[in-house]
Design a protein around this ligand. Sequence first.
Ligand code: PEP
Ligand code: MN
Length: 339
Amino acid sequence: MLIVMEHSATDYEVEQVKTAVHTMGLEAEPIPGSERTAIGVLGNQGYVEDATIRNLPGVREVIHVSKPYKLVSRDFHPQPTLVQVGSVTVGDDAEPVVMAGPCSVESEEQMMASAQAVKEAGADILRGGAFKPRTGPHTFQGLGVDGLKLLRQAGDEYDMPVVTEVMRIGQLDDVCCYADVLQIGARNMQNFDLLKEVGKLDYPVLLKRGMSATIEEFLAAAEYILAEGNSRLILCERGIRTFERATRNTLDLSVVPLIRQLSHLPIIVDPSHATGVRSLVPIMAKAALVAGAHGLMIEVHHAPEQALCDGAQSLDGAEFNQLMGELNGLQNYLVSKKD
Ligand code: PEP
Ligand code: MN
């Protein structure tokens, strides 16, 4: 429920409303705004009888929020959230963040060479999977903790924060030990126990959209994390499953402006998993920036033809370097058009 106060409401009237909400056993979260004062009501598990509140002095209207998410919504939090990862800021008005690196950590040599390539091209955050959610059990499953160590080593060597996937609660201690951002993959978007656990941490989280998740389900999953207290959350569109098989998934770019309307959380795009096709990655990366994405996640391997995972969608160092140049040019153009 959202309580909208009159423009002229006094501090005393706002306090009275908060007290009334507390008396009902619920939490009241003031939402500062230049146009209006609003109070978000949290803690209810169903419809709240609003007669007492509606009749209090200074109350303009009471809006019942029927969506399964509140804390992630713009209604409850009009100001955009900026997520800080080391010295990198992700969100509105920050430069688009680029997370890049191989699908999987394979070896020290591979990790170092890929990290050097993405660093020299200007990436902000290094990626690399150590725990891999592979479709079949007979494929490379990742190096586990050894992979985490190699990722950290490469991140330290090239001075980049690192992002990597955590697949289950039992891996959290290890992943938190080596990573700067915890990635929840598409296949785990609705692993509610995992979402709750990362919600209890003071750690940046990257939540990827499930391959068949609606936008409402995506935001409701995000709500699990915020509801536990962690709002250092970045959303990621990575393509959804449609009837089309020519691409690995279908990049749902409209989700970017839509989520920017619905939520205060930053949203980035992963054109690598969305297309599965190397030649399509650069143009869709640019399209994502035009759509308003706060950043990109791109798979880059120093030798994609040798990659143990997702080589067909990975850019090599030169291709990524060229893309970064084009993204910079595009970003300058977009900023000039904004002013
Ligand atoms: C990944 O980023 O390595 C990955 C497995 O992505 P997704 O969860 O989007 O499939
Ligand atoms: Mn991958």
